[in-house]
Ligand binder design. Structure first.
Ligand SMILES: *[C@@H]1O[C@H](CO)[C@@H](O)[C@H](O)[C@H]1NC(C)=O
Ligand SMILES: *[C@@H]1O[C@H](CO)[C@@H](O)[C@H](O)[C@H]1NC(C)=O
Ligand SMILES: *[C@@H]1O[C@H](CO)[C@@H](O)[C@H](O)[C@H]1NC(C)=O
Ligand SMILES: *[C@@H]1O[C@H](CO)[C@@H](O)[C@H](O)[C@H]1NC(C)=O
Ligand SMILES: *[C@@H]1O[C@H](CO)[C@@H](O)[C@H](O)[C@H]1NC(C)=O
Ligand SMILES: *[C@@H]1O[C@H](CO)[C@@H](O)[C@H](O)[C@H]1NC(C)=O
Ligand SMILES: [Cu+2]
Length: 178
């Protein structure tokens, strides 16, 4: 690698990973069969009954068993639980205000990456107030192909900045079978 420039190295890396992705996609489309790997194999047609569950939108509870809580690293959670797909539903669960919960949570959509980085709620839209996370939680459908920037509005940005209560999601397209 010593004589390669940085750009040449990058191109090599990119083409290698593109190749890996295309091989993985081909295998995926026809169903994985590890004993086929590296040998010539006969493509198996899609079985729409078998494939149906994979194309059904899911409901995902944000934070899992920890729900929507101060101090959970939601950026990390989103990476580990993604990818999310169009029409998947994110469920935000949190306790309403009470004598023991004087700094309740909420859910905001931030307009862009800069407000997301800074936890700037100025032009954000409150999509769930402090009481809407109770019961079965607040449901939000990822219905558009766009980045979504979520944050808690608690403490006017404090929960977002210091409680890591923020994450972004770019929903993917599901595979289509014809
Ligand atoms: C995987 O491929 C091997 C070799 O082609 C074949 O014998 C085996 O039945 C295949 N397994 C499945 C689950 O299709
Ligand atoms: C598809 O899979 C289902 C469930 O395994 C099976 O009952 C059905 O016969 C399969 N259909 C085809 C066309 O292979
Ligand atoms: C999402 O759901 C809407 C309403 O049910 C539907 O019109 C749309 O085609 C769906 N989008 C995808 C990508 O499945
Ligand atoms: C608040 O906490 C106190 C002490 O732990 C408890 O006795 C009380 O029932 C709690 N109140 C509510 C509304 O949960
Ligand atoms: C939160 O929103 C719900 C539904 O719009 C509404 O009924 C409730 O009064 C609101 N609560 C607060 C504290 O604003
Ligand atoms: C909260 O986070 C901000 C930005 O990261 C930082 O400047 C500030 O010192 C933190 N405040 C506390 C009380 O930790
Ligand atoms: Cu919060």
């Amino acid at each position: 690698m010593g004589s390669l420039t940085y750009a040449q190295g990058l191109v090599l890396l990119l083409s290698a990973s593109l190749w890996a992705v295309s091989v993985a996609n081909r295998q995926w489309r026809y169903g994985f069969n590890y004993s086929d790997w590296g040998h010539n194999y006969k493509p198996r047609p899609c079985n729409s009954t078998n494939d149906a569950p994979a194309s059904t939108p899911k409901k995902i509870i944000v934070g899992g068993s920890q729900q929507w809580t101060f101090g959970v690293d939601y950026a990390d959670w989103a990476i580990k639980n993604g990818p999310f797909y169009l029409n998947d539903t994110l469920v935000f669960k949190y306790d309403p205000p009470s004598e023991n919960n004087t700094h309740p949570h909420s859910v905001y959509l931030l307009p862009n990456m800069w407000s997301f980085k800074k936890c700037d709620l100025t032009n954000a839209v409150e999509i769930a107030n402090v009481t809407q996370g109770g019961g079965d939680g607040f449901e939000f459908v990822l219905e558009k192909w766009q980045p979504y920037y979520f944050a808690c509005g608690g403490g006017n940005g404090f929960h977002c900045n210091n409680g890591t209560m923020k994450f972004s999601v770019m929903p993917s397209f599901r595979r289509w079978h014809f």
